[in-house]
Design a protein around this ligand. Sequence first.
Ligand code: AMP
Ligand code: GLY
Length: 429
Amino acid sequence: MGKKKVLVVGQGGREHSLVWKLAASPEVGQVFAAPGNAGIAGQAECVAISPTDIEGLLQFAREQQIDLTVVGPEAPLMAGLVDVFKANHLRIFGPSGLAARIEGSKVFSKNLMQKYGIPTAAYRVFDRIEEAVSYARACFLGGSQAPVVIKADGLAAGKGVVVVHSEAEAVEALQDMMVKRVFGEAGDRVVIEECLVGEEVSVFALVDGEHVVPLVAAQDHKRVFDNDQGPNTGGMGAYSPAPVYTPELHQTVLHDILVPTVRAMAAEGCPYQGVLYAGLMVTAEGPRVLEFNARFGDPETQVVIPRLDCDLLPLLEAVVDGALDKAAVSFSAEACVCVVLASGGYPGDYSRGLEISGLDSLSPETLVFHAGTKRIGESLVTDGGRVLGIVSKGPDIRTAIDRVYAEVPKVQFPGVHYRTDIGRKALER
Ligand code: AMP
Ligand code: GLY
């Protein structure tokens, strides 16, 4: 049989790591990326189609006779890309639009967890501002200092979650979402929930509708500055394995969270196929689901995929074929750390088009996953908030951290910002 053609939809560091792994598959002849970036262009042919241009992607996949399409970001999933491809008999990795509600609607996912006894923070749902405000007031009654979490129901580019510490902050967040509608209709309904305390961990599982194959866990670093200070970002770095995720915890997560969630989705008539991302808080009472995502995490994927010791393509195909029970997955015991180089000012305003230098001076073992980069003539320039992910491996986390931070300063562009404490939590344990 001829070698396969694969299309990866998306343009970030996550997609670069998927393209890199798929391009190394002995079964893959050609990888395309839509739209990709300057780094992805090293391993794939980039085509200028937006991830949400469903018609454009469909036409391309048909013309090129793509054997498997892999969807990176959430927006095309919610928009029904997978449904359209399947209706046209094209093989595609990712959940249907209905199943992607597990990420697209916090109300859907919270109600699902409540109905099926999947451990998560206690919550209430509101679609009227008056009721939301009076509930929030009640939460802070009698001088309660316990923070409360307010979440917009729909997708809000990672900004729809606010931890509030007072009635005034709660009212402001609710007004922003429900009256000023800063997230559009995504904030017409809100979830108000208990604030959980603990360490966060991201767990991905491949799911074929019925069977669950968990991947190794990773820890993200969401805040822009060291020591988890400053505003939330898409993620400033990650490492894997995460020592907080012990083998015992893994068993609990598998049996109390992943398997029941997959069964619940099937029982609700929207069986889940793709990668299920459980964002967990490890509390003193056990693991709790903060959120589910319907896709791989970014930058966690950049530390999970390099640890994968087997071919990725057959795993993704097993998901699409409902054959995960026959699939084998193996990971290296090595540790992997990713430091994100971001544009100065990110997650606020930042410039683009700044020249990047130093990539050719990195040690050959270092992996570089591009996020926001572009080529202009001979120059590589910045083209996004998160610009590059620098990844090192090592026999243990400490070595991987030392290696990555020996490499990171070699790469430069004006205003570059990165955290200097990625992985430190793992060392403190
Ligand atoms: P989400 O978009 O739901 O993942 O929320 C973004 C971030 O908000 C999470 O990664 C947590 O850091 C935080 N968060 C969300 N829900 C809670 C909660 N119930 N308690 C504490 N922190 C939370
Ligand atoms: N790293 C967080 C996310 O992908 O949602």
